[in-house]
Design a protein around this ligand. Structure first.
Ligand SMILES: N[C@@H](CCC(=O)N[C@@H](CS)C(=O)NCC(=O)O)C(=O)O
Length: 442
């Protein structure tokens, strides 16, 4: 039904095109190219030897081999008594392996387009040059083995060869000493090679179907033919040489693929997960970080350091002060604003947009000024005297009042709807909350 539907759609499109002047011209040009005839001619060319002739001969040999395989995959081909027949409808094998590879590459590309990219490679290896180099290395090895396999077949009888030509003699030398199907064993390598080239897990999944298809449909048909043609000598050969190289068949690929999928589905631990946050047991400079981590449900260890232990710890800290953090990777970082920004970036509480990020920084630096002015006010004084000084600074026109007014002005300049500086909650808003709590907590 799918083929019927697409044929109807194609016919409708051709009819629609032929109704317009430009369309008629285009169809005529395509007709003049005589693509179908050329393809038929190419597909019907006699088998060629890729290692012979100049570059043009090699190119036309590749072209005719591909055309031949495609044509047989699509149209099918009857086999002689010593040859397999190909064809979806009643052939010994439904599709030639080459056709199956092309179909799976196509499937991999469609899955990639539909579901988006799902990387297959480690970041360090995923540059296009590295991927191409790996693919070329794999591919060169595959070609090498195929050549040796072909030579082993031809050494028995020059008329036989790969690509489903008639079989006359059993080839057991060269790579056939290690596996009964060296060319198919190479497809096992081609699966990761193509998946790496595309750097796509979907390509890996689609390509894994090829060895499975070979194992379930193609190899049994081939071996049944060989058994029919050579009887006992094939049985003897099959008893000593495994089907797949070292017995590594498509099941191994499937297991590898399942492991990849499980790894993909398993949620990655958050970059900040397991972070240790060191600070005093007070709601002050460290609160912005504690709030951000708690709000975003990041698993962290709140390392509350009582003042009695600070003396011993101080010389071991990066800036002789708190807060400081230790990431699960072992990295230690100090300075509260650097920590706030790190946590903000890791929790989506720091804007990605450079201008909005600068607005957050601007407000945070203003809040730092509020802290400095507060600390400076009444420095050296204690008790009621200090309280009086600070109280005066908080009155209209006082230093602390003015510093706080600038924060309000910063919010007003941002002119975003709602209570937050950038329109969405950010570390600046949390720091305002923390700073107010710090100032009013005594
Ligand atoms: N610039 C530092 C200042 C840190 C700071 O002064 N922390 C205070 C606590 S709020 C501290 O560690 N005081 C104890 C000390 O200096 O020994 C930062 O922003 O992290």
């Amino acid at each position: 039904p799918l083929i019927e539907k697409s044929t109807t759609a194609l016919n409708d499109a051709i009819k629609a095109a032929s109704d317009s002047e430009a369309g008629t011209k285009m169809l005529k040009a395509v007709e003049d190219l005589q693509l179908a005839d050329r393809f038929e001619k190419l597909a019907a060319a006699p088998p060629c030897d890729l290692s012979k002739g100049d570059a043009t001969d090699k190119l036309s040999c590749i072209g005719s081999t591909i055309a031949n395989q495609l044509s047989r995959s699509i149209k099918g081909s009857p086999g002689a008594a010593n040859q397999l027949s190909v064809g979806m409808d009643g052939g010994d094998i439904p599709v030639l392996p080459f056709g199956a590879i092309l179909a799976c590459v196509f499937l991999g590309m469609v899955l990639r387009i539909v579901f988006g990219r799902q990387r297959f490679m480690r970041k360090s290896l995923s540059s296009f040059t590295a991927r191409t180099a790996i693919f070329i290395a794999f591919f060169a090895f595959v070609i090498g083995v195929n050549k040796q396999g072909e030579a082993a077949m031809k050494s028995m009888d020059a008329s036989q060869g790969p690509n489903f030509l008639p079989v006359t003699k059993l080839a057991t030398g060269g790579p056939y000493e290690h596996t009964r199907h060296p060319m198919y064993a190479c497809v096992m390598l081609l699966v990761p090679a193509v998946a790496m080239l595309a750097d796509s897990l979907y390509m890996a999944a689609a390509m894994s179907l090829v060895p499975l298809y070979l194992d379930r449909y193609v190899i049994p048909a081939e071996e049944a033919l060989l058994q029919k043609l050579f009887g006992g000598s094939f049985d003897e050969y099959a008893a000593t040489v495994p089907r797949w190289f070292m017995g590594v068949g498509p099941e191994v690929l499937l297991v590898a693929l399942i492991v990849c999928l499980i790894r993909m589905l398993k949620p990655k631990a958050h970059q900040l997960s397991g972070l240790k946050f060191y600070y005093f047991p007070v709601a002050a400079r460290g609160d912005c970080a504690r709030l951000a981590l708690t709000l975003r449900k990041i698993r962290f260890k709140d390392m509350v350091i009582p003042p009695s232990e600070w003396g011993d710890l101080k010389p071991k800290t990066p800036w002789s002060s708190m807060p400081y953090v230790e990431l699960s990777s072992g990295t230690v970082l100090g300075q509260s604003y650097a920590i706030f920004r790190l946590i903000g970036k890791g929790t989506g509480l720091y804007p990605e947009d450079a201008i909005l990020a600068a607005r957050v920084d601007e407000c945070m630096d203003g809040l730092s000024d509020v802290g400095s002015v507060t600390n400076k006010t009444g420095q050296g004084l204690t008790g009621a005297e200090k309280l009086k000084k600070r109280g005066a600074a908080c009155k209209e026109g006082g230093d602390i009042y003015v510093a706080c007014e600038r924060i309000e002005a910063c919010y007003a300049r941002a002119a975003t709807p709602g209570p937050f500086l950038t329109g969405e909650l950010s570390i600046a808003d949390l720091q305002v909350f923390a700073q107010v709590g710090w100032a009013t907590s005594g």
